[in-house]
Design a protein around this ligand. Structure first.
Ligand code: SF4
Ligand code: SF4
Length: 370
């Protein structure tokens, strides 16, 4: 069955974007009847240095709408697997304030929902999965009465793209489950292209890389599969080892998504912000040139449908060629994420989630035209 995806296009707006966010909210309200319900608003608040995450003002608008409906929202995210400014709750809260997310700017508290060092996870058995026996996701999300998932749609070096589905899988899981998802992802180097700059060494949380004779050398026994080295290397000499590892990664994400959605069982709604569509995710400490023009904002109760609609809209836009980033040209309708991120077959995640019953790849795009 087709799911409704509500859509506002930046190209056609005749009012403030904030008014369209109100309209999207009205069409995709969280269906919570409990008075004073505690609502988790899940958002990647951006690494320090990154500038493409969702604007605090847009988040504030969602929070205002939730409060108007008598709900008690809190903004939330989980700590990261990789070394950065968000790998524990204290650093994350400092980074959030630096990036403009504070009570005074968004109008609600911020809670890092997996605890100080990701020790607070709800364990879920995953008998349906051949990849996991259990997974863990953030306790404070599990104990909330409903979730609003706000996703900045962009590329991702291993998953191909990041939207609502990735925001559930990687965004709600504890670090131990994030680690399990990343377990099969390993980098492969084209040594002749390596400049020996050492950037990857500084970013590697596993201390798996050394520079020998002016080239990076990997000890994959120490590699935790975070793919940070691939993301930060600007020469293009690193890619994910074998395509199967990214396929397995997508399958594992699908299992985690199903486990979380199936366990949570309370209302969820999704907003995708298709703007500043960078080739990489917001975990990077800088934002690269976007690959397409800003498109719009989407809302739906179905995380599969909203991601499929976002991807289709991106495919239909002209590609921004960037000569300064060793780029190649792509035509309108060519798959930009796939080409940018090593031909990752990210449709696999959509189909996998659809087969598990998480949502539908078929959708009605309902455009807000006023
Ligand atoms: S970042 Fe890339 S070019 Fe620099 S040392 Fe690492 S692999 Fe080589
Ligand atoms: S080698 Fe690369 S993928 Fe492995 S842990 Fe280090 S940065 Fe992460």
């Amino acid at each position: 069955m087709k799911s409704d995806v509500f859509y506002f296009s930046f190209k056609k707006n005749k009012k403030s974007v904030l008014q369209y966010i109100d309209a999207l909210y009205d069409n995709s309200k969280l269906k919570v009847n409990k008075k004073n319900a505690l609502i988790a608003v899940k958002l990647h608040m951006g690494e320090i240095g990154n500038t493409s995450f969702i604007k605090p003002l847009f988040v504030k608008k969602i929070i205002e709408n939730l409060k108007k409906d008598g709900l008690k929202p809190f903004l939330t995210d989980t700590t990261t697997l990789y070394i950065g400014q968000r790998s524990n709750a204290v650093d994350y809260l400092n980074a959030a304030v630096y990036n403009g997310f504070g009570y005074e700017s968004i109008g609600c508290p911020i809670i890092i929902s997996d605890g100080l060092r990701s020790q607070n996870g709800k364990t879920v058995e995953t008998k349906f999965s051949s990849n996991f026996q259990i997974i863990k996701y953030a306790s404070d999300i599990a104990h909330s009465d409903g979730v609003v998932v706000l996703s900045h749609v962009k590329g991702h070096v291993v998953a191909g793209y990041g939207g609502a589905l990735k925001n559930i899988a990687m965004g709600m899981a504890t670090r131990s489950t994030k680690q399990q998802m990343h377990g099969d992802v390993k980098p492969q180097i084209k040594t002749e292209k390596c400049s020996g700059c050492g950037t990857c060494v500084a970013y590697c949380p596993g201390k798996a890389i050394t520079i020998k004779d002016g080239k990076a050398v990997f000890n994959l026994n120490h590699c935790i599969g975070c793919a940070d080295c691939i993301t930060v290397c600007t020469t293009g000499c690193l890619k994910v080892l074998k395509n199967e590892s990214s396929e397995k990664f997508l399958e594992k994400m699908g299992d985690v998504i199903y486990a979380i959605v199936n366990d949570f069982k309370k209302p969820m709604t999704f907003f995708n912000f298709v703007m500043d569509v960078t080739p990489d995710c917001d975990c990077l400490d800088y934002s690269r040139y976007p690959i397409v023009p800003d498109i719009g904002i989407l809302a739906s109760y179905d995380p599969v449908a909203i991601d499929k609609a976002s991807i289709d809209l991106i495919k239909s836009e002209p590609y921004y060629f960037n000569q300064d980033q060793n780029d190649f040209e792509l035509a309108v309708d060519q798959d930009k994420f796939c080409k940018k991120n090593g031909n990752v077959n990210y449709d696999r995640l959509l189909k996998y989630c659809e087969n598990l019953g998480v949502g539908s790849t078929e959708y009605n795009l309902v455009e807000l035209t006023y």
